[in-house]
Design a protein around this ligand. Structure first.
Ligand SMILES: NC(=O)c1ccc[n+]([C@@H]2O[C@H](COP(=O)([O-])OP(=O)(O)OC[C@H]3O[C@@H](n4cnc5c(N)ncnc54)[C@H](O)[C@@H]3O)[C@@H](O)[C@H]2O)c1
Ligand SMILES: [Zn+2]
Ligand SMILES: [Zn+2]
Length: 413
């Protein structure tokens, strides 16, 4: 059988590329016929991988990482009816059975059968089931008819691969953040975090009709990038103690309609605390800057246990944020992994019809497996880039045209 090169977690801040063996069509050791083997065409590094890379999860050394996968069907089980060999597909990062109560209700992020530990499963992820990581050359995808999004045209899929690769996670995740924050026409939006998820939340907010999108981060390169490519208003959080004052400078009122936490449990503080971790910083900020009756989308990941947290409450998975103030203001808070399947088809169409140019917004950078260690290290340090492994060499020709408008009809400065 062919080898299967993959990015393998070895311990904190250490990954290696190794042969993990060709995948088998098995679930819990039993052969199944509802899955496919994919040759992977694009697979991205995510901020979620960084939690594991930093040793902030209990992932076992030797686990292959990666959950943002696009590939071509090269083998299929007898029970697969909707897919053919050669089809190009996006793999939602949620592993879902399509049969349980939650999957039937479109809540594929909390599938009840694909992870023995808790609801919800993903590829290559701490506590998210036994599924192989997708930063590899080949992968087995179970329940393939249910899980996979097939691109309608193979040639077009190859041509737009650098855009479509974001459908497996971060584009739906940013969109979910915006939808759950209640973004609509004329909305004002604050996004905590200018990483790839924050940028996807920003472009999603514009797609949904937002009038003004403000992004806060302590990383100035990322803020400049957000301003240059998307025309977002930005707040450099290292320079300010009271974020409401900065919002008021931009909007003339100190509160937005909608806010999104695109950071999670490894948030650092702002102002004089910006050089250290403050797990509740993002939550407290979005509670503080959102108008009463508003909605908060929280795609940023929080854990039920985080022994290495900077705070005592964080260690036991209870970041002490201002819940009382949130309650007083009557805020709605949406949490959890993204149910990718709820959004990936409509967002695929937005990409195929050039409504959105993600590669420019995300500064998408194709890389080889040989560059894995360097890419993880740079991404962890906060470069304004989204790295995508390019195992078949299809992406190298697709690096974005820097002067193109990010969104059709919307001309960035
Ligand atoms: N819910 C889901 O399904 C889902 C899917 C994908 C990613 N995520 C999560 O979304 C989060 C963001 O992902 P990413 O890829 O953009 O990660 P990232 O680490 O690249 O970006 C996070 C950004 O937040 C900034 N930041 C840190 N503390 C801050 C603060 N207090 N205020 C403002 N900005 C702050 C950092 O400087 C960084 O630029 C991660 O927690 C990731 O695990 C969740
Ligand atoms: Zn991801
Ligand atoms: Zn299920």
């Amino acid at each position: 059988m062919s080898a299967n090169k993959a990015v393998v977690y070895k311990g904190p801040y250490t990954i290696k590329v190794e042969d993990i063996g060709y995948p088998e069509m098995k679930v819990k050791g039993k052969s199944v016929n509802h899955g496919v083997i994919l040759q992977i065409l694009a697979t991205n590094i995510c901020g979620s991988d960084l939690h594991m890379y930093r040793g902030r999860t209990d992932i076992e050394p030797q686990t292959p990482l990666g959950h943002e996968i696009t590939g071509m069907v090269i083998e299929k089980g007898h029970d697969v009816e909707q897919l053919e060999i050669g089809d190009i597909v996006s793999v939602p990062f949620n592993v879902a059975c399509g049969r349980c109560r939650n999957c039937k209700g479109q809540d594929t992020h909390i599938c009840l059968t694909t992870n023995d530990l808790k609801p919800g499963a993903a590829y290559g992820f701490a506590e998210m089931g036994p599924w192989q990581g997708g930063q590899a050359e080949y992968i087995f995808v179970p329940y393939a008819d249910f899980n996979l999004l097939k691109f309608p045209d193979r040639e077009m899929a190859r041509e737009k691969l650098i855009e479509l690769t974001m459908l497996s996670d971060i584009f739906p995740t940013g969109f979910h953040g915006a939808i759950t924050a209640g973004v609509g026409v004329g909305a004002t939006v604050y996004i905590a975090g200018a990483g790839p998820v924050g940028l996807c939340a920003a472009i999603s907010s514009y797609l949904l009709g937002a009038a003004c999108v403000i992004i806060g981060d302590t990383n100035n390169d990322r803020l400049e990038h957000a301003q240059n490519t998307l025309g977002c208003e930005t707040i450099n959080l290292t320079e300010h103690e009271v974020i409401r004052d900065q919002i008021a400078e931009i909007l003339r009122v100190p509160e937005v309609d909608c806010a999104i936490d695109a950071i999670g449990y490894e948030a650092h503080g702002h102002g004089h605390k910006s050089n250290r971790e403050v797990p509740s910083d993002a939550l407290d900020t979005i509670v503080s800057v959102t108008r009463s009756g508003g909605h908060l989308g929280v795609p940023g990941v929080y854990l039920s246990l985080d022994p290495k947290s900077a705070s005592l409450t964080g260690k036991i998975g209870r970041p002490a944020f201002e819940f009382g103030r949130a309650w007083d203001k009557g805020l709605s808070i949406a949490t959890g992994q993204t149910p990718v399947m709820r959004y990936n088809r409509q967002l695929m169409t937005a990409i195929l019809f050039d409504r959105v140019k993600l590669s420019r917004i995300l500064n998408t950078t194709p890389i080889s497996f040989e560059q894995a260690e360097e890419a993880y290290s740079q991404f962890e340090q906060g470069v304004a880039q989204k790295f995508v492994f390019d195992p078949q060499g299809l992406l190298r020709q697709q690096v974005p045209h820097r002067r193109e408008a990010a969104l059709t009809g919307y001309q960035a400065e």
